[in-house]
Design a protein around this ligand. Structure first.
Ligand code: SAM
Length: 289
């Protein structure tokens, strides 16, 4: 069994994992400042490449859920098995309206809303209240017990931070690997989702991020970033190694049109410098399927 994301998260990286892992360098600690579903962290853990991890996300409900999986996974599983977490409209709106304080209940509610909400979207109003409508899925699998247990093991080596991505500057040292997967810069005014928190991620944030990227490179960290292929992103990282890859993504604002879209992977090192994964062909082909 492998560790893997326990939620569905917009912008998940499963499709481009083979590119992200295809050209890695040796590193000390691992940092992921836009954690989301954490696909790359779990993948690197499965390949035994992480000794210590620092994981950050601005979404404090998401980080609370990771912390509960790290420290109280058994209690969380007991909670998730309760019959209240039903894939039914009425139950959904009841649970959505609850104000929950206790960490384990909050984590269970977070996972439930993620699995039953429309498109699994995390959307909050200006007061921070979750307001995604019911998803009407025919089938819903609330959780996979084995996955939660494997994720609990992976998280024993991780420290979690509910914070802005710049928190990484306090922890990253020479030779650490940092992977930035920010909300992508929209391709057009209406096309992309940049939510995830009660603050959207605008052009100024992309510029702040590029500065943080450069600061870490000057510190001699290994830094990698994924983003959309836009003029701004190409310009901000023009001094670095940029690879173009293709992923199947929603191509309009309603998310019901899909197509292959070019995305960029920026690295502070040259591609194929240290082919860490050449011996792992079997794992790579599993991901491709
Ligand atoms: C593209 S998603 C990451 C997807 C993730 N790599 C995966 O595989 O699921 C972007 C994440 O950035 C978080 N985020 C948004 N603004 C942020 C900020 N200023 N600092 C840190 N995280 C932020 C969002 O909550 C969201 O989880």
């Amino acid at each position: 069994m492998r560790a893997r994301p326990f939620i569905k998260w917009a912008g998940g990286k499963r499709q481009i994992l083979k590119h992200l892992t295809g050209s890695l360098v040796k590193f000390k600690d691992y940092h992921e400042p836009f954690l989301g579903g954490g696909s790359l962290f779990f993948e690197l853990h499965n390949r035994n490449l992480v000794s210590r991890a620092y994981l950050y996300d601005y979404n404090s409900d998401l980080i609370n859920t990771y912390n509960v999986i790290k420290s109280n996974v058994t209690e969380l599983i007991v909670e998730l098995k309760k019959p209240v977490y039903k894939n039914e409209k009425e139950a959904y709106y009841d649970i959505r309206s609850l104000e929950v304080e206790e960490a384990i209940n909050k984590a269970a509610r977070f996972i439930y809303l993620n699995k039953t909400a429309y498109n699994g979207l995390y959307r909050v109003n200006s007061k921070g209240k979750f307001n995604t409508p019911f998803g009407k899925y025919n089938k819903m699998k609330l959780f996979d017990q084995e996955t939660l247990i494997m994720d609990n093991k992976a998280l024993q080596k991780a420290e979690l931070f509910a914070s802005d991505f710049t928190e990484v500057l306090k922890h990253a040292r020479k030779d650490d690997l940092i992977y930035f997967d920010p909300p992508y810069q929209p391709l057009s005014r209406t096309s992309n989702f940049t939510g995830y928190t009660n603050k959207s991620f605008g052009e100024n944030d992309q510029i702040r991020l590029a500065e943080t990227f450069k600061t870490l490179v000057n510190r001699r960290c290994h830094v990698m970033l994924s983003n959309s292929k836009t003029k701004l992103i190409s310009e901000l990282y023009s001094n670095f190694n940029i690879e173009e890859v293709y992923a199947n993504r929603a191509i309009n604002s309603k998310g019901n049109g899909r197509g292959k879209i070019a995305e960029l992977i920026v690295r502070s090192w040259k591609n194929k410098q240290v082919p860490l994964f050449r011996v792992q062909k079997q794992v790579v082909s599993e991901i491709k399927q």
